[in-house]
Write a protein that binds this ligand. Structure first.
Ligand code: SF4
Ligand code: SF4
Ligand code: SF4
Length: 301
């Protein structure tokens, strides 16, 4: 069954709303009701981790049964949120999609043009082996996979959802791509002074827009310690010392919780290497023996 067929069945079974993707080139999240089921789509531009919406204040309590579309990386968030009792498992129907990777759209617009130059419904995009095939304005373009994948997808260990109630498509049979903290090890090989210089340069760039926190599905405290005024742990001033405090506190709050979905890094307007920071903490946790790496599990209906 394809996504729309799966969704139709779920609506018939009592799901009230499905959080999924809509659009072809101009992909956006949708909270689809039964009458919007045909809008649901999935393609290599479905980047967002939609599980972020599950922790919107009061949302899950207002709806009896919610469907949510997840890729492999997003599905790890569901396990973490369940572990934290963020919501009841009965409320959520996990629609898992085995994933061949998502792409950096900026890497294809140079060739195909901006969205305003064509209609969204005339745009088609799909994986064909190791190539991305795009059809638009009567032309067909091909892009090699390794050139356009997001970095996280190049080292993805969980292309298949680690938890799902229904699966759209077939599980992907491929060896896990082990990264083993390659980028972290490179930084660790530098001297203390060099590392300090590296991170200072990065933290100086931060404009404290809070996009990284807002997009993070695991940053869902009702009152964030980083914005609290009484007591004021971190000032909101955009200054190096305050920026360092902001990032280190956030990294510690996500220790052994961050699932590596990469959303924080993707939305950062000044390109801070936030995944590197998160992975450094993950490596420390692993080295201390506290980390329980998520093993793929299948949860049937
Ligand atoms: S990290 Fe894995 S599951 Fe997530 S988008 Fe990339 S390939 Fe898909
Ligand atoms: S998204 Fe980037 S600029 Fe904004 S607060 Fe986070 S690190 Fe700073
Ligand atoms: S810190 Fe970044 S990578 Fe980790 S869960 Fe949050 S958004 Fe995803």
């Amino acid at each position: 069954m394809d996504l729309v067929e799966v969704a139709k069945k779920l609506f018939d079974e009592g799901v009230e709303v499905i959080i999924g993707y809509q659009g072809n080139f101009n992909v956006k999240p949708i909270f689809a009701k039964a009458n919007e089921v045909d809008k649901l789509t999935f393609n290599p531009l479905c980047i967002y981790n939609l599980t972020n919406y599950l922790t919107m204040e009061g949302f899950v309590d207002k709806v009896d049964k919610i469907g949510v579309v997840v890729k492999g990386c997003d599905s790890k968030t569901i396990l973490q949120l369940l572990d934290e009792n963020a919501f009841s498992r009965d409320k959520i129907v996990v629609i898992g999609i085995p994933c061949n990777g998502v792409i950096d759209v900026n890497k294809i617009v140079e060739e195909i043009g901006e969205f305003r130059e064509f209609k969204d419904n005339e745009f088609k995009i799909k994986w064909e082996g190791d190539e991305l095939v795009v059809e638009v304005n009567g032309k067909s373009y091909k892009f090699p996979k390794d050139k356009i994948l997001l970095e996280k997808c190049k080292v993805c260990e969980t292309p298949n959802p680690v938890v799902y109630d229904v699966l759209v498509g077939n599980l992907i049979q491929q060896p896990h791509r082990k990264e083993e903290f390659k980028a972290v090890k490179e930084i660790e090989s530098l001297s203390l002074e060099q590392r300090w210089e590296f991170w200072i340069k990065e933290f100086e760039k931060c404009i404290r827009c809070y996009a990284c926190r807002n997009v993070c599905p695991l940053c869902y405290c009702e009152s964030c310690v980083l914005e609290r005024l009484e007591p004021e742990f971190v000032r909101r001033a955009v200054r190096l010392d305050e920026n360092i405090a902001y990032h280190l506190i956030r990294a510690y709050h996500l220790a052994n919780r961050c699932v590596g979905c990469g959303e924080c890094e993707r939305v950062c307007p000044v390109n801070l290497p936030l995944s590197l920071l998160n992975k450094k903490v993950a490596k420390e946790v692993k080295d201390l023996g506290f980390s329980e790496f998520l093993k793929p599990i299948e949860v049937g209906r």
